[in-house]
Design a protein around this ligand. Structure first.
Ligand code: 13P
Length: 251
């Protein structure tokens, strides 16, 4: 059985004080982690507060990015080794904003996935097509290609523990959600791809999130779909009440 995983992705929002205020508001209100895993991915400057909070509360912590080298002369980058030593659980990699604005390639994302495992954390690997690709009917081929590239060289055990986030670019921050059926269809295709690349058990284990205008009003329907194991949520994760409604969608 896959444990549902709802992750907020704050993107480049909130300073350390705002982060602390948010955490104060959700204290004692997160679901039992055996029912739903609650995760927040925050800017690097806010991670310290998240890690401290997670010592007493059922919150898993995520960085929004890292570099693939452990240390060295890479000005402005964040070390996966340091994130791990700090106590982070996950790192989001391959978000479409990083691919588009910062020119990250499939190869970079694969190197980052390996660096994350080497440092005993888990990747949340993002994939997703543009509207143009969907309109050309090439969305499955595109997304499966991204997944194959990201997982290249990872073991079945590593893939079993990974989280994959399907985020169609046309649904991010636009208020335009993929329908639950569209989201399910692609998440199913991703699971099939993992089965073909690895085996049935690995495909059964890997958790697949949907992201793109997820909010309290649509989370339940999305989560009712067989191959959707969670959500990666931008806008609706930044208000504590809304975040609590998302992670407590079962109640
Ligand atoms: P929104 O939920 O704001 O559409 O963002 C989705 C996303 O990019 C999460 O990573």
């Amino acid at each position: 059985m896959r444990t549902p995983i709802i992750a907020g992705n704050w993107k480049m929002n909130k300073n350390p004080q705002e982060t602390q205020d948010f955490l104060d508001s959700i204290k004692g209100k997160l679901p039992d982690p055996s029912q739903v895993e609650s995760v927040i991915a925050a800017p690097a400057i806010d991670l310290n507060a998240l890690v401290w909070f997670s010592k007493d509360e059922p919150l898993k912590t995520a960085a929004e990015n890292c570099y693939f080298e452990d240390e060295g002369a890479f000005t402005g980058e964040t070390s996966p080794k340091a994130l791990s030593e700090m106590g982070l659980n996950y790192v989001v990699i391959g978000h479409s904003e990083r691919r588009d604005y910062f020119h990250e390639t499939d190869e970079d994302i694969n190197k980052k996935a390996k660096a994350i495992f080497k440092n005993n954390m888990l990747p949340i690997i993002c994939c997703g097509e543009s509207l143009e690709t969907r309109e050309a009917g090439k969305e499955v081929e595109w997304v499966v290609g991204q997944i194959k590239a990201a997982l290249n060289g990872l073991t079945a055990d590593q893939v079993s523990k990974s989280v994959i986030a399907y985020e169609p670019i046309w649904a991010i921050g636009t208020g335009k959600t993929a329908s639950a059926d569209q989201a399910q269809e692609m998440c199913h295709e991703i699971r099939e791809a993992v089965k073909n690349l690895y085996d049935e058990q690995t495909a059964e284990n890997v958790r697949i999130q949907y992201g793109g205008s997820v909010k309290p009003a649509n989370v339940e329907e999305l989560m009712s779909k067989e191959d959707i194991d969670g959500g990666l949520v931008g806008g609706a994760s930044m208000d504590p009440e809304s975040f609590l409604q998302l992670v407590n969608y079962k109640n």
